[in-house]
Design a binder for this molecule. Structure first.
Ligand code: AMP
Length: 249
């Protein structure tokens, strides 16, 4: 089985996002960027499936500017076999990403696509679902466990109040939740080896996909500043404040 893993380069999760003064978006100048954490989990899961003998090849694909190549190299250093970089400096919304991924799937014929459940920059949580719809493939989202079940996959999903297991026939789309696995760090020899692994360069035009934005961002603002806390003298004082000042009791 061949596994395709779409990975997105996003603002690093440790960085405090700063909104641009004109409120059109987040300032990305001189900001550390990394692989989206849910995509790291997707790469890890694909590599584990290969290590278990369930997959023969893991292909990482990223859509984005020239620097997205670094993100692909990270996936290659973790253990992916080769990369595909669809280069564009434009903003690519989930629908455009899903259309491009559909074209990559048609060219590569993987049996499984594992995506992150969401990208932590714009929290869309949409690409995997849209790709499944465009391909007409079954989808198992928010996976916390993935097991081979005959010719199908048994995927455990975290839902409110418990776990749900769904069986999906291949080819299928899986999106990863936080508890699926703990991604490995790439070792130095593997980082060196990754430099020699191939990355195929493509453009949206190669696939004939129109990536023009369909959404308009009206405004981006900082969350309200938190007010400082106070110390109370006693439990009675706390209860009184909750009752009389906060109005929550
Ligand atoms: P989203 O729907 O934007 O929250 O993203 C969900 C998942 O779709 C990510 O974790 C990636 O696996 C994939 N994805 C989103 N944008 C891209 C991109 N530009 N390149 C490759 N994969 C992407």
């Amino acid at each position: 089985m061949k596994i395709l893993v779409p990975i997105k380069r996003v603002i690093d999760y440790n960085v405090k996002a700063r909104v641009k003064p004109d409120q059109t978006g987040v300032d990305l100048a001189n900001v550390k960027m990394s692989m989206n954490p849910f995509c790291e989990i997707a790469v890890e899961e694909a590599i584990r499936m290969k290590e278990k003998g369930l997959a023969e090849e893991v292909v990482a694909v990223s859509i984005g500017p020239a620097q997205a190549q670094e993100t692909i190299r990270t996936a290659l250093a973790m253990g992916a076999d080769r990369g595909i970089h669809v280069t564009t400096d434009q903003t690519v919304e989930p629908l455009a990403v899903a259309k491009l991924l559909k074209a990559v799937v048609e060219a590569e014929s993987p049996q499984l696509v594992i995506l992150g459940k969401q990208a932590i920059d714009d929290d869309a949580n949409a690409t995997g679902q849209m790709l499944a719809a465009l391909l007409g493939w079954p989808q198992a989202t928010f996976a916390s466990k993935v097991e081979k079940d005959g010719e199908a996959l048994a995927v455990t999903r975290e839902v409110d109040g418990g776990l749900q297991t769904v069986k999906v026939n291949l080819p299928a789309i899986v999106t990863t939740d936080l508890r699926l696995n703990e991604p490995r760090y790439a070792s130095l020899p593997n980082i060196m080896k990754a430099k020699r692994k191939p990355i195929d360069a493509k453009t949206p035009e190669d696939f004939g996909v129109d990536i023009a934005p369909r959404l308009e961002t009206v405004k981006v603002t900082e969350p309200p500043k938190r007010k400082g806390g106070i110390k109370v003298e006693s439990v009675a004082d706390l209860v009184a404040k909750l009752k009389n000042e906060a109005g929550v009791l």
